[in-house]
Write a protein that binds this ligand. Structure first.
Ligand SMILES: C[S@@+](CC[C@H](N)C(=O)[O-])C[C@H]1O[C@@H](n2cnc3c(N)ncnc32)[C@H](O)[C@@H]1O
Length: 260
């Protein structure tokens, strides 16, 4: 894959340019550390020796984790120059052998992916697609990256059935606000972190839309699974702390496979 620098002006990810340090910090939010990280680790399984792509890698949290979990070759792709600068600075300071490419995943033909990847991981990226067409295009980039038989996408995305009401996730350190109930409706996440305020707007898509987009992108099968709390998260914070979150998790894992 070459560094194609393919982001167009309408790529829509400038919003992330200044957020690298905050995304690094957000890894310590309990739901990220004890639910999401744990659940992604379980979902990806044994990655030893694999060729992995972190699509929409942001500051590289999962790009580095894929390397730490044993993947042989790991590439992080993101369209935001600013957030990639953070990812690259972390790699320079504490090298783990991953590389970063700036590319727009809504442009499958230009994204430079080549069909040799075993696993595409994509954490909180699909829900930033602003139209079903963009959603399909991002999924098509993932599909195009994967090897023709046995390649697998593991994505974390906004749960269409997340808990409504601005305060629902306040005990977990963030709020979600969605003024309208319709396909593609904006959903704003706010989190106050020690380093500043994380304020980003995603989009609400139904399961049917994700599934239709995955099929249109060439995936054979899709399945959904909930996030689960790590034993450490349970021990440290207790079941009562997690119960509201688990009744209506804010995120789900969507897996999609290429025909085997
Ligand atoms: C919410 S952040 C998540 C970052 C990282 N995956 C994590 O879990 O910390 C979403 C990231 O997806 C990237 N992104 C969104 N749409 C993209 C696209 N079409 N092409 C490439 N990157 C995209 C954004 O620039 C941003 O860095």
């Amino acid at each position: 894959m070459s560094d194609l620098n393919t982001v167009n002006a309408a790529g829509g990810t400038d919003a992330f340019d200044a957020l690298g340090a905050l995304y690094e910090e957000s890894a310590r939010l309990p739901f990220r550390e004890y639910l999401e990280h744990h659940s992604v680790r379980e979902a990806v399984g044994d990655v030893t020796g694999l060729d992995a792509l972190d699509l929409g890698c942001g500051s590289g949290l999962y790009t580095r984790r894929l390397a730490a979990w044993g993947a042989a070759r790991v590439t992080g792709v993101d369209s935001s120059a600013g957030i990639l600068a953070t990812a690259r600075a972390v790699e320079r300071a504490r090298p783990v052998g991953v590389r970063y490419v700036r590319a727009d995943a809504t442009r499958p033909a230009a994204a430079g992916v080549d069909g040799s990847t075993d696993l595409v991981l994509s954490v909180y990226v699909l829900c930033y697609a602003r139209s079903e067409q963009e959603l399909t295009a991002v999924l098509a980039t993932a599909r195009r990256a994967l090897r023709p038989a046995g390649g697998r996408l593991v994505a974390v995305t906004l749960n269409p059935d997340y808990g409504r009401g601005a305060a629902y996730y306040a005990p977990y350190g963030f709020t979600l606000t969605q003024p309208e109930e319709r396909e593609g409706a904006p959903v704003t996440l706010d989190a106050l972190l020690p380093g500043g305020r994380l304020h980003v707007t995603a989009h609400w898509w139904s399961r049917k839309t994700y599934e239709r987009a995955a099929r249109a992108a060439g995936f054979a099968d899709t399945s959904w699974s909930p996030l689960t709390v790590s034993p450490r998260g349970r021990r440290l914070l207790g079941d009562a702390y997690w119960s509201a979150y688990l009744r209506a998790p804010q995120a789900l894992i969507l897996e999609a496979t290429v025909a085997s």
